[in-house]
Design a protein around this ligand. Sequence first.
Ligand code: 23J
Ligand code: MN
Length: 266
Amino acid sequence: MSAPNQPVTQLLAALAGAIVQGGIRVVDLTVPLEPATPTIQLPPPFAPSKPFSLEEISRYDERGPAWYWNNIACGEHTGTHFDAPIHWVTGKDYPNNATHNIPVERFIGPACVIDVAAEAKANPDFLLTREIVEEWERRHGRIPTHAWVLIRTDWSHRKAAKEFLNAGPDGSHTPGFHPQCVPFLAKERDILGVGVETVGTDAGQAHGFDPMFPCHTIMHGSNRFGLASLTNLDKLPPTGAIVIAPPLKIINGSGSPLRVLALVPA
Ligand code: 23J
Ligand code: MN
């Protein structure tokens, strides 16, 4: 080992102390995983994703007298989950674009929380524009490099799947990103990725946008990530939190359910 970097050693000691003593609050941005956890519903002819399920292996019984455990099943994109660049055809040729080989430092970054809850309440098809992000920057400062940009819509307050998915005969009506906003965030602000409270990073009507599914198409086409079905974004400050979001190390995984934590000044 080389000589320890004294300022960084002190920084990490201070961080550990503040987590233990409460100067830093750890906020859980994860929704509970259960069979009722809503998953994206694609229209035919597209193949569906499995919901979450638990199958008991043993519970202190003849199948295992001293132990309880389960088999689990679900799609990679179930509940609070990570979208890797390889998830979309536009991101398929990047090196290190899957859950097992993305450099791990890219799972951790400063959080910029853009509050559009009032807009999403008034209009379920609300789309975040570049202009709104630039207005946010005038108030809170420029989005730093390698940030997680989290869109607070309060959509996670809709606990029932019907209200959360908000499907009509013409598909889902849930908020998301305007197509012109996504290249701005990915290329002009060099973010790690975006995080949303809805079932996917694209708006419910994004199948009809140009390009279709602009957040998936452009974010993953720029080697960036997505976090979907987040909650508790209303407990985060606009700036100053750190988000930690490492997916499972699935070989060639397109994403995975994960626990997302935010470190917040108390
Ligand atoms: C597959 C196809 C379309 C979409 C998605 C998945 C997601 O939103 C996802 O979970 O990545 S829009
Ligand atoms: Mn996904």
